[in-house]
Write a protein that binds this ligand. Structure first.
Ligand SMILES: Nc1ncnc2c1ncn2[C@@H]1O[C@H](COP(=O)(O)OP(=O)(O)OP(=O)(O)O)[C@@H](O)[C@H]1O
Ligand code: SF4
Ligand code: SF4
Length: 288
């Protein structure tokens, strides 16, 4: 069983479109959507949710008003200024869950509690099991929720003896991306030939290097700027990152998405390009 994580560094390069189309070509797989802040793989694949788990992440101080004697100690000791000065209430948006107020409160009016920060869904897509999640906006534990998505996908893949786990990784280069890549056998970097795309690609390559796993490159909309595409290709060659495929800018891709269809089903040339990715993956991962 091999786990492949698709990342981009930059939003909007076509990472999710690519992942959905690749999913349709890989047999016996489990899918995971690790873009928990703004998941959209389910919009393309329309899976049926089988179960939902409430995800509890960060801890916050919760106050029992009946016990409070207004001594103000919690206000004095909270270094995050999360206790209001006038009535000593906890400001949820500022509380870091450090627990100091709980320790200093003389009447045990405060306690720490895990709060609901998101939901995790186990679903069935037309290409097999799919795990996706949604973080409540403003909750700051997306890295942990990403790890939960991966853990669940891996459990199912092992139990059902799957060949592939395909992860639509988180955007950017921060903690959620690191969580998306953690434990993966290979990274696919989807980029586009713009200066910002190239610059973000270089940064994401540095993140991938840390994991010492093979990486493959997909240049999406390569024909929008062939010169930058060539520069990206040579840069990646020097970094030992194999070009898996180039995908042109295509009205068929736009139209397919509008209709909720996959572009591999609507264009033979695009399909061939994606089959090349599959063949390359199989070769790199030495999967029969
Ligand atoms: N090769 C292409 N030709 C034309 N349009 C494309 C192509 N690839 C992607 N698109 C369009 O670009 C948009 C962004 O694609 P997509 O949502 O897959 O990007 P993403 O990298 O997953 O974005 P995000 O990180 O914001 O989730 C979509 O509207 C899609 O239709
Ligand atoms: S848990 Fe820490 S951050 Fe939150 S209110 Fe108490 S002292 Fe402040
Ligand atoms: S330390 Fe406890 S008793 Fe004092 S103001 Fe805060 S919550 Fe109330």
């Amino acid at each position: 069983m091999k786990e492949i994580t698709v990342i981009s560094g930059k939003g909007g390069t076509g990472k999710t479109t690519f992942t959905a189309n690749l999913a349709s070509l890989l047999d016996n797989l489990v899918l995971g959507d690790c873009d928990v802040d703004a998941p959209n793989l389910h919009l393309l694949l329309n899976p049926v949710n089988k179960s939902k788990e409430t995800y509890r992440g960060a801890k916050l101080a919760i106050k029992n008003q009946n016990r409070c004697i207004d001594c103000g100690k919690c206000y004095d000791y909270c270094r995050y200024k999360a206790i209001t000065a006038d009535d000593f209430q906890v400001n949820n948006l500022k509380c870091e869950g450090c627990g100091v107020c709980v320790e200093v409160c003389p009447t045990k009016a405060l306690k720490l509690e895990s709060i609901e920060t998101g939901s995790l869904y186990q679903a069935e897509s037309k290409f097999g099991d799919m795990i996706h999640a949604r973080l409540i906006p403003g909750a700051d534990t997306s890295g942990k929720l990403v790890s939960e998505v991966k853990k669940k996908a891996s459990e199912i893949a092992k139990r059902k003896n799957k060949d592939w786990i395909l992860i639509d990784g988180s955007p950017g280069i921060g903690c959620p991306v690191i969580a998306s890549l953690s434990g993966s056998d290979m990274a696919i970097l989807v980029t586009e030939p713009t200066l910002s795309g190239f610059s973000d690609l270089k940064r994401v390559i540095e993140v991938v290097k840390h994991f010492k796993i093979p990486a493959g490159l997909v240049i999406n909309k390569y024909d929008l700027n062939e010169e930058i595409s060539e520069k990206i290709k040579s840069y990646c060659q020097k970094e030992d990152i194999e070009l898996l495929t180039k995908i042109p800018y295509s009205r068929i891709i736009v139209e397919s998405l509008k209709k909720g269809e996959l572009f591999v089903d609507n264009d033979q040339d695009l399909r061939k390009r994606m089959l090349k990715v599959k063949a390359n993956l199989t070769k790199i991962m030495e999967v029969e």
